[in-house]
Design a protein around this ligand. Structure first.
Ligand SMILES: [Zn+2]
Length: 114
């Protein structure tokens, strides 16, 4: 399924599932534009689960001190695991018409460097 006028591309047929702070979890995989989850044929229940998943994004970061929580890597790992489970369901519901990839969060690993 080619979507037009949803992002910066003329049209797109390549998507990614990725969580970020207060954004829809589906993005254009070409230009990186945040897409409207309602443009995709997903069940209400799955959309709800995706929103819950997104709302837990960044739970591994202590926003007050802008640092990684003690068990941050583990929390992020669990979040990515849940995301991948949801991704498999997303892939199933979208079918071959909407090619989509899963992009796990790496922000905890970035914090962990310092
Ligand atoms: Zn695009």
């Amino acid at each position: 399924m080619i979507l037009k006028d949803v992002c910066k591309c003329k049209f797109t047929n390549s998507f990614k599932l990725e969580a970020d702070f207060s954004a829809d979890p589906i993005w254009c995989n070409v230009c990186g534009w945040n897409l409207d989850i309602e443009d995709f044929p997903l069940s209400d229940n799955l959309q709800k689960e995706l929103w819950e998943w997104v709302s837990e994004y960044g739970n591994w970061i202590d926003l007050e001190t802008d640092s990684l929580k003690e068990n941050g890597l583990k929390i992020e790992g669990n979040h990515n695991e849940k995301g991948f489970q949801l991704f498999q369901e997303v892939e199933k519901q979208l079918g071959e018409k909407y090619p989509i990839v899963f992009v796990p969060s790496k922000s905890a690993q970035l914090y962990n460097i310092f």
